[in-house]
Design a protein around this ligand. Structure first.
Ligand code: FAD
Length: 456
């Protein structure tokens, strides 16, 4: 690792204390578990006794069905892009919760289908296949329910890591959207057949409220809020400029951008309404503090979408959603801050470097890149460091291309009081993992390492 330092002249900036905000993750998880137990309570209340293999299989089938139905509503809420979740918990963490909840849902669904079929078959003294066909074709709402279940299982299959890796992101994304249709189709059989709902108007009402709440969140935050945002701000591409090899900045002009509420470190989802690009929205972080009607993002060419960004013409209309993300000043706990960037991870950290309240000497940016030519924003970063009295360090590979690992000793040699810092970390996954481990070994508590992943 070749570390080059840019030492700034002293300045007279005054530090402003940033008020830390508590993450809502713990109360949210507690509420989700409490909801799960309430669902189990519903089964308990409606069950007088469980007898024989048919009773046990049917009971287990009912429990897995109820929990699966509950998880479906949670899945939808997690992806509704509720600002409280996106800003408080973080989009990447919310997406991980959604993925994990999705795996549980698919597992519960499979168990529900098998257990209910075996339970009914034991009760009717028939074979499971015959019973399965009878359930699907004879019971009310079951054709729709089966179709919904089939779609959910298929979405679960294409979301398995090994399968998803072989697919274009857009193909996976649009297949994934079928989950909404699947949940809608499966909803009705729960009320028509679920023993816990048939006899209880209160349980039915609670289920309607749960699902209507999830639908309202999606409608509001994924449809109406973006429509209002784009009507209000009328975004258009102003200019696209090269920044480094394979890296371009897009300046976007809009009206009343101060009302967007974008904080340094956040990102938006961008859809450029031009041929070949309008079909998908991609997340890119703001790479500059919004100023005089302009936003800037900076994109590294990777695949179809990002590689086409340099060809976007001036005046192209832009559809944006956001701002999202929790890599913001609200996370900060300590006076001293280290920003640790790798590759394109520099984009949100460049904005924080510019805007995070800090006294001279309290802010350090450590920017890791393979070569000096790949350092994006070099002049801007040096100007910011000079203006703010911040430290700017570059960690480059050796001239022969070898990369010295990031270790606790190296971090301590660079910043002897590193354990006293808050660290904002953004970069490729392997770098982030190595940096996280080195930071923990150097004494930085996990609660003060703030990381946002570029991979959802
Ligand atoms: C919160 C966040 C902020 C980001 N900020 C920046 C940034 O400032 N600058 C930058 O260069 N890159 C950023 N990225 C990464 C950028 O979104 C991807 O590199 C880009 O979407 C790749 O699309 P592609 O079609 O060119 O490449 P592909 O080869 O199609 O995709 C490469 C990988 O990018 C991810 N990806 C692709 N499309 C999407 C999508 N629509 N939504 C989410 N993930 C997708 C997938 O994991 C995929 O495997 C950010 C990502 C996230 C999640």
């Amino acid at each position: 690792m070749v570390a080059t330092t840019h030492t700034p002249p002293p300045t007279s900036h005054r530090a402003q204390a940033a008020r830390p905000r508590r993450s809502p993750a713990a109360p949210l998880l507690a509420a989700a578990w409490a909801g799960g137990f309430a669902v189990l309570g519903l089964w308990w209340q409606n069950t007088v006794s469980v007898a024989g293999s048919a009773g046990w299989l049917g009971g287990a089938g009912r429990i897995t069905g109820l929990l699966c139905g509950y998880m479906c509503a949670l899945l939808v809420m997690l992806m509704a892009r509720v600002p409280w979740l996106e800003h408080g918990v973080g989009s990447d963490r919310t997406a991980r919760w959604h993925a994990s909840a999705g795996r549980w849902t698919v597992g519960l669904l499979a168990c529900h289908i098998v257990l209910i079929t075996l339970g009914y078959a034991a009760q009717a003294h028939t074979g499971p296949i015959r019973e399965f066909l009878s359930i699907v074709f004879d019971l009310p709402e079951m054709l729709k329910g089966t179709l919904g279940a089939a779609v959910l299982l298929a979405v679960g299959f294409v979301s398995a890591r090994a399968v998803r890796r072989r697919m274009r992101y857009e193909t996976w994304y649009y297949l994934h959207l079928l989950t909404y249709a699947a949940i809608f189709l499966a909803f009705w059989h729960q009320l028509a057949l679920g023993a816990d709902f048939v006899g209880s108007a209160a349980a039915r009402a609670a289920w309607y409220v749960l699902y209507a709440g999830a639908a309202a969140l999606v409608l509001w935050f994924r449809v109406l809020v973006p429509v209002r945002l784009n009507l209000r701000h009328r975004l258009r591409v102003e200019v696209v400029v090269p920044e480094a090899p394979g890296v371009h900045s897009v300046w976007v002009r809009g009206r009343r951008l101060h009302e967007l509420g974008a904080q340094p470190g956040q990102f938006l989802r961008w859809r450029f309404l031009t041929q070949g690009l309008w079909g998908a929205s991609h997340p890119y972080s703001l790479s500059a503090v919004p100023q005089s009607g302009l936003l800037r993002i900076t994109v590294k060419s990777l695949g179809d979408h990002s590689a086409a960004v340099p060809t976007i013409a001036r005046g192209t209309r832009v559809w944006a959603e956001g701002p999202y993300g929790a890599l913001t000043a609200n996370r900060r706990r300590r006076r001293k801050v280290l920003l640790l960037a790798g590759g394109t991870g520099i984009t949100p950290l460049r904005t924080l470097f510019e805007a995070l309240p800090a006294a001279p000497g309290d802010l350090t940016l450590l920017y890791r890149a393979r070569t000096a030519a790949e350092l994006t924003f070099r002049h801007e970063l040096e100007a910011i460091a000079d203006r703010r009295g911040a430290r700017l360090l570059y960690a480059l590979n050796s001239p022969d291309g070898t990369r010295t690992p990031l270790t606790a000793d190296r971090l301590r040699a660079t910043l002897p009081d590193i354990a006293e810092h808050d660290v904002f970390l953004c970069g490729p996954h392997p770098l982030a993992v190595a940096a996280y481990e080195a930071l923990r070994a150097a004494g930085v508590p996990a609660s003060r390492i703030h990381y946002e992943s570029f991979e959802f």
